[in-house]
Design a protein around this ligand. Structure first.
Ligand code: HXC
Length: 257
């Protein structure tokens, strides 16, 4: 498939998706949303892919939804456009998704990063929800995911003021998994993504289901999901291989089934 707003590259079991609208700091217009979600869904169904990276440019991961596209829309038109459905699909991807953030991750760009499982940030990263200053609010999960990620008071401050925070503050409050020097970002990202992608795919998928359950359900239900997924892995070839490799003091060779 040909894409105009994103680029894709395979490196081993890692699929790298680069947002590519430099003229708009990777603003998430309708075309980009459909291309990104369509591609991610395809990669999710491809057993040769173990993890998906989403990244932007040095200057911007993504500066939000496309304001030029949205500015004149009415409520009825926004309903009709349904910007929410495709992003729900993105958030439902079964495989680990890693956001690699350099520069601006604002509004929808921040929300996209929050849909990912791991956020690796350059020290140049800047996060914020500027929507309130545009007369709107985050619309693709920002208010929900930021509260779950860092707790209500800090989340409320960010959403209500639109204040931008730097990478150090983002790391301190727990928004990002890790911050690295700008010139080390891509190398660290490759290492991290490869380390994840080479793990057993059934185990990765099970881990993500269990982690998601922690956000979606109460403790008892979440524990039941975890126990069931743990148990189900004992019929996989990779569980036999992983444990045999430990006992034989060698590295496992996973077949991802
Ligand atoms: C459309 C955008 C854009 C955006 C930047 N551009 N952000 N176009 N939508 N979100 C465009 C600019 O118009 C400009 O193009 C070019 O990208 C470069 O941007 P500059 O502003 O000239 O760059 P700079 O001065 O370095 O400032 C960078 C910036 C600023 C601080 C990131 O661009 C900015 O504040 N952008 C908007 C951020 C924002 O408010 N995001 C939230 C959007 S609402 P031209 O051609 O004009 O020179 C949202 C809701 C999500 O995300 C919910 C959806 C359902």
């Amino acid at each position: 498939t040909e894409y105009e707003t994103i680029r894709v590259e395979r490196r081993g079991r890692v699929a790298w998706i680069t947002l590519d609208r430099p003229e708009a700091l990777n603003a998430l217009n309708t075309q980009l949303m459909h291309e990104l979600v369509g591609l991610t869904t395809e990669l999710d169904a491809d057993d040769s892919v173990g993890a998906i990276v989403v990244t932007g440019s040095e200057k911007a991961f993504a500066a939000g939804a496309d304001i030029k596209e949205m500015a004149s829309q009415s409520t009825a038109q926004m309903r009709e456009a349904n910007h929410f459905g495709p992003w729900l699909e993105f958030a439902r991807v079964r495989k680990p998704v890693i956001a690699v953030v350099s520069g601006y991750a604002l509004g929808g760009g921040f929300e996209l990063a929050l849909m990912c499982d791991v956020i690796l940030a350059s020290e140049t990263a800047k996060f914020g929800f500027p929507e309130i200053g545009l007369g709107v609010i985050p619309g693709i999960g920002g208010t929900q995911r930021i509260v779950r990620a860092i707790g209500y008071p800090k989340a409320a401050e960010l959403v209500l003021t639109g204040r931008r925070i730097d990478a150090a503050e983002a790391e301190r409050v727990g928004i990002v998994s890790r911050v690295v020097a700008a010139d080390a970002l891509l190398g660290e990202a490759e290492e991290l993504a490869t380390a994840i992608a080479e793990k057993s795919l059934p185990a990765l998928v099970a881990a993500k289901v269990a982690l998601d359950a922690a956000l979606e359900t109460g403790l008892e239900d979440g524990l039941a999901v975890e126990a069931e997924r743990f148990t189900a892995l004992f019929d996989t070839a990779d569980q036999k291989e992983g444990m045999a490799a430990f006992n034989e003091k060698r590295e496992p060779s996973f077949r991802h089934r």
